[in-house]
Design a protein around this ligand. Structure first.
Ligand code: PLP
Length: 389
């Protein structure tokens, strides 16, 4: 992915297409059939969709029948976050949505819960959900739906999902896990995590943008109120002719991410450690957010006092390194991070935060390029110009 003079280190925003996904995409684009048609052309397209369903199911340890393709992580979150989720004979709507204070915007928007029905659970200074506060919130809101991310997109901090699920289940609640940043970096077994529902997205694991899935743990979980109604595709949960090529490529990316997980995670972790020791060696005052917590092996969110993230990102870019502030924002503007605010980070440091996220093609040379840019930035910073706010 990296061009000779560029180092792409913004993999939490999106990852490049894996070669396997590109091949699956091209193969699928050549098919003329609609997966709902019964002729041979239709059956060939259906075959690709169902093979991808198996591959995505294997990625998260689910049954293929429990995977529902969507247009991405955002839509899967929107589909999951509804008061109208039935489990077995339980048909009574859920009154309350609990979310952690560091969720992605697509969860913070509250899905289809009415305004005012969402309550936020605080996080610790290391950026993990506060389980004591969760227990109190659950006691005040029986049978809630909790939406908790597997790992935070800005800090990479891994959340205590299984512990949170136990608390929620003991109160008759349900657990949704936004696992968009997990696969390919962490084991993501829906059963082991105690999740009832899980969101995944193709473009973070080397599939195309604009395709994802909502996965349920059991066939007992039903959504009587689909988001998109029409032709009954995806067993009535998501109408519209399937994005066959996108789904096929998602399946190929899921398969590669699963089989390469151990090797890729180890490689990313060792490069990430090299990066972090280098950042601190150059500027000992560098703060790494969530450093003491378990984090994704590919993510570093760091800052130095007096630095301004927007200016630093432009300086890195000019030196051939693509990094970002904590969150990708559709307007292209750097917004203050609600994640760092929730962790109690001072506004001055929040405005300085730069996120570096690595992937399977990242090399030592990429880390070297970033560190030499950081050396220049830090020198400018210590002289009080160039990158200061
Ligand atoms: N959830 C998290 C944690 C994310 O990081 C993102 C994307 O950045 C999403 C959800 C949204 O996924 P998508 O871009 O597929 O809509």
């Amino acid at each position: 992915m990296n061009k000779p003079h560029r180092s792409y280190l913004d993999w939490n925003a999106t990852a490049p297409l894996r070669p396997q996904a590109r091949a699956a995409l091209t193969e699928a684009l050549a098919l003329e059939g609609n997966p709902s048609s019964i002729h041979a052309e239709g059956r060939a397209a259906r075959h690709l969709v169902e093979r991808a369903r198996e591959e995505v199911a294997a990625l998260v340890g689910a049954q293929p029948a429990n995977v529902f393709f969507t247009s991405g992580g955002t839509e899967a979150n929107m589909l999951a976050l509804t008061p109208a989720i039935e489990t077995g004979n339980e048909k009574q709507p859920r009154g309350r949505l609990l979310i952690s204070a560091i969720e992605h915007a697509s969860v913070r928007a509250g899905g289809r819960f009415p305004h005012g029905a969402t309550a936020e659970v605080p996080v610790t200074p290391q950026g993990r959900i506060d389980l004591g506060a969760l227990a109190e919130a659950v006691a005040a809101a029986p049978r809630p739906l909790l939406s908790l991310m597997l790992a935070n997109n800005e800090t990479g901090v891994v959340q205590p999902v299984a512990e949170a699920a136990a608390i929620v289940h003991a109160a008759g609640g349900l657990m949704h896990v936004d696992a968009v940043q997990g696969p390919g970096r962490l084991a993501c077994d829906i059963g082991a995590l105690g999740a009832d529902l899980m969101t995944v997205s193709a473009h973070k694991i080397g599939g195309p943008k604009g395709v994802g899935a909502l996965v349920r743990a059991s066939e007992d979980i039903h959504f009587p109120d689909p988001l998109v109604r029409g032709g009954g595709q995806e067993r009535g949960l998501r109408a519209g002719t399937e994005n066959v090529a996108g789904i096929a490529a998602f399946g190929a990316a899921a398969s590669a991410s699963r089989t390469e997980l151990a090797a890729e995670a180890a490689q990313m972790r060792s490069l990430r450690n090299l990066l972090e020791s280098g950042l601190k060696a150059i500027s000992p005052a560098t703060v790494i957010f969530g450093e003491a917590a378990e984090r994704l092996p590919n993510t570093t969110l760091f800052a130095a006092a007096g630095m301004k993230a927007e200016t630093a990102i432009i300086a890195f870019d000019l030196d051939g390194v693509a990094v970002s502030s904590g969150a990708a924002c559709s307007s292209g503007k750097v917004q203050p991070s609600h994640v760092l605010a929730a962790m109690g980070v001072a506004p001055e440091l929040t405005r300085a935060a730069v996120r570096v996220s690595l992937g399977w093609t990242t090399t030592e040379a990429d880390i070297g390029r970033l560190l030499s840019a950081w050396r220049k930035l830090s020198a400018a910073l210590s002289k009080g110009h160039g990158v200061a706010a």
